[in-house]
Ligand binder design. Structure first.
Ligand SMILES: Nc1ncnc2c1ncn2[C@@H]1O[C@H](COP(=O)(O)OP(=O)(O)OP(=O)(O)O)[C@@H](O)[C@H]1O
Length: 230
């Protein structure tokens, strides 16, 4: 179970969320642009300074502002994938992945790295430099690097948004594979009904900083807009 409660006030925006999410499968966080999806993910990663915060993942409290508990970002066992693959441009693919594995720091680091390489189908890219990769390949490497951290929670913020439809189609099967074969809960921010339908088990729908509906995908998917169908 992931229990979270955040209040974050900005001059013209307020995030106010209090949810219990499953600690398995893919939970999509869906809503219009500006509704606070990325802010919520950034709170979970410890990258915002909310007015009040509570986060518990699988029984462990990562943050509780009332009790002044705050696990800093670099100590949170999370993998984070952004819209744009944020690879170290001066490092080869394998060195980028090793950087993730260093953060894992557990005996199973090498195994996690090998599994990530295999899952994302990037064996043939390991010695390439990021600037020689296509957008889709870069994003696959970024996802593998996030997995090499051995995360207990994978945060994905519109990982396909910067890709054209062909690249989206190319990556979706890999995401579906992650979903089938990995046992790590994923919080997946998206404003694409097509992606949500294909990937999510659980859905959180946001509007203006609040959750307006949440639940199993079967019972909530009628909230999704018509999709563009890729
Ligand atoms: N660093 C910041 N400083 C001030 N306001 C911000 C900051 N980041 C986001 N906002 C504002 O907070 C609100 C929520 O933004 P957020 O990026 O969380 O929404 P979102 O649902 O992820 O949007 P999108 O789908 O466009 O990425 C918006 O009004 C945005 O302009």
């Amino acid at each position: 179970m992931i229990k979270l409660a955040y209040k974050l006030r900005r001059s013209d925006f307020e995030l106010n969320v209090n949810e219990q999410l499953p600690a398995t499968g893919v939970t999509a966080i869906y809503g219009h642009s500006g509704c606070g999806k990325s802010s919520l993910l950034r709170c979970i990663a410890g990258l915002e300074s909310p007015n009040s915060a509570y986060l518990q993942v699988n029984g462990e409290v990562w943050e509780d502002s009332e009790k002044q508990i705050y696990l800093p970002t670099h100590k949170r066992p999370i993998g984070y994938v952004f819209q744009e693959a944020s690879l170290f441009e001066h490092l080869s693919v394998i060195k980028n992945l090793n950087f993730g594995a260093t953060r894992c720091g557990k005996p199973q680091a090498q195994k996690a790295l090998d599994q990530a390489v295999e899952l994302l189908g990037i064996e043939g890219l390991l010695n390439r430099m990021p600037d020689s990769l296509s957008g889709g390949e870069k994003q696959r490497v970024a996802i593998a690097r996030a997995l090499a951290v051995c995360p207990e929670l994978l945060l994905m913020d519109e990982p396909l948004a910067s890709l054209d439809i062909r690249r989206k189609r190319e990556i979706l099967p890999f995401l579906e594979r992650l979903h089938r074969e990995l046992d790590i809960p994923v919080l997946y921010v998206s404003h694409s009904p097509a992606e949500v339908r294909r990937l999510a088990d659980y859905l959180v729908i946001m509007d203006e900083g609040k959750v307006i509906a949440s639940g199993d995908i079967k019972t909530t998917q009628h909230h999704l807009l018509e999709d563009e169908g890729y």
